[in-house]
Design a protein around this ligand. Sequence first.
Ligand SMILES: [Zn+2]
Length: 345
Amino acid sequence: MKQTVKKLLSQLGYYRILRSLKSGTTLLVLMYHDFANSDEAGSIGSYLRERVSHAQFEAHLSILAQNCRVLSVEQAVNEMAMDGELAEDTVCITFDDGYRSVYDIAYPLLRKHDLPATVYLTNDWINGKMRLWWEQLADMIADCSLSNKMHGEIEGVLGIELGKPIVSESDVRKKRFLLHNSIAGHMRELNDADVSGKMSELQNVLEYDGSKQPPAEAMNWTQIAEMAENNIRFGSHTCSHLNLSHAGLDVIENEILESGSDIEGHIDSKVEGFAFPYGQDIDSYGKIEPVLSKHGFTYACTAVPGSNGVDSNRYLLLRATLPLTESGALLERELLLGLTPKRTP
Ligand SMILES: [Zn+2]
């Protein structure tokens, strides 16, 4: 490989992944959230949320089934613990939050290909006790007028500058995408009370009529129990999807315990996995490992992009995403080269 290409791959964070795949010790954990049905596939709402289409997920699974050994994260982690090693090119499939679209779209395809996966549930959402702020935000941005006055007001609410690339973008679809990512990125840094306050202010500024869009739908316990009988594992994503960077350890422990026991009350298998909400603040997650291990969790997933080796900390697993394409050639190349950093809720 030419030095310049090597340098470029290294800069992109890909070279390390390529090298570990070649050495046969990689555990690649793929992260998904929400899926688009065929009516929604080209909509602005799906574009902002980077929803995966049925055809794209089918292409992903075909490539994985042909090129990799697909295990649940639980199986892969147990194998590493038992053997101290991992067979070549092991890939795991994971879903965060518990979107209904995972049951409707992803689960039938997983069954068709006979592949395992793990879903990390946000219990309060599953139990109808909360709405997901980032879903409301996407609805607001999809609907808003994008006036210049609005830019200034958003900046006032968030205390940030949106920047020229957003303000001057002439492609309206792209502009909504950039605006959404900028606001969502800022909100993920805030504590939960501030997110709630800012969302109310944004609702006014963006002149959002909440009655227009039905709230995002979570899977229900009947669907979860059915999936649990058919090769799908379930893990915790906390009860309230709280921002762990700002929460005390006692609050975090309660959320983890309650979430795990609620799930175990609905399915026959044990809850072993955890996924950190937002998942980026890896420096603050070390303190949570003893809590997780004390309560029987065997691993935890971040949303930091990358792949894992046998020596990786199993309570700080990195995850990756495949590009939103149906092209087998492109997917195969991306799978080998490493993967694209993506959204985090
Ligand atoms: Zn999440």
